[in-house]
Design a protein around this ligand. Structure first.
Ligand SMILES: Cc1cc2nc3c(=O)[nH]c(=O)nc-3n(C[C@H](O)[C@H](O)[C@H](O)COP(=O)(O)O)c2cc1C
Length: 179
């Protein structure tokens, strides 16, 4: 059993990367699942001219990892009431033939230091992944506002309600993908 994560932020201290790591660590501890955050930092902006010469090795590697995963968790920041452009670029590359996304379990999570949360970006990203034939999980909803007050940069969860949300979320994920 393998669960992979993709973060839609390239920032060194990305909250979405930290949140993704927390969720994946809990999953691997709970059921000894193999987890990994796929490195997308070297993905170029999609350009069919690049693809027509050769798909870059990092993208081939990421596609292979997605192919071998039972679930892919997409953690995206809220950018202008949607998900990030980085995430769209990653999905565009991954969507290219040979197909690895169709039929694959997907879960979108996200966080922001802002107070309004990431629901709009979550909805938009769910729609994108659904359109690509992914089996998008509608639960759990691990969407976190004011994240800078709820977790720290070491990945400690400082907020009891968030701790409960993540613990229950991990249980739901395991039930949904039949582990
Ligand atoms: C272009 C841009 C647009 C943003 N739009 C929103 C937004 O609509 N809502 C929000 O809560 N935060 C917004 N933010 C703030 C980001 O969510 C915040 O910087 C967050 O920490 C980025 O995620 P990261 O920490 O994983 O890099 C925006 C930031 C940028 C750079």
């Amino acid at each position: 059993m393998k669960i992979s994560g993709i973060c839609g932020s390239l920032r060194k201290n990305s909250w979405n990367h930290i949140l993704l790591k927390i969720v994946l660590n809990k999953l691997s501890k709970t059921k000894n699942i193999d987890t990994e955050i796929i490195n997308i930092s070297k993905f170029p902006l999609f350009n069919a001219d690049i693809e027509s010469v050769a798909t870059p090795p990092d993208i081939l590697d990421a596609k292979e990892k997605v192919k071998n995963s039972d679930l892919v968790i997409f953690s995206s920041p809220a950018y202008n009431s949607s998900y990030s452009g980085v995430m769209k670029n990653v999905v565009d590359w991954l969507s290219r033939a040979p197909q690895v996304l169709s039929g694959k379990n997907a879960l979108v999570i996200g966080c922001t230091p802002g107070m309004s949360g990431t629901l709009l970006g979550y909805t938009n990203l769910n729609q994108l992944l659904f359109g690509l034939g992914m089996n998008v999980l509608s639960q759990p909803k691990i969407l976190v506002s004011s994240v800078n007050k709820k977790i720290n940069s070491d990945g400690d969860v400082l907020n009891e309600n968030l701790e409960i949300l993540i613990d229950k979320g991990v249980e739901t994920i395991l039930n949904k993908i039949n582990i």
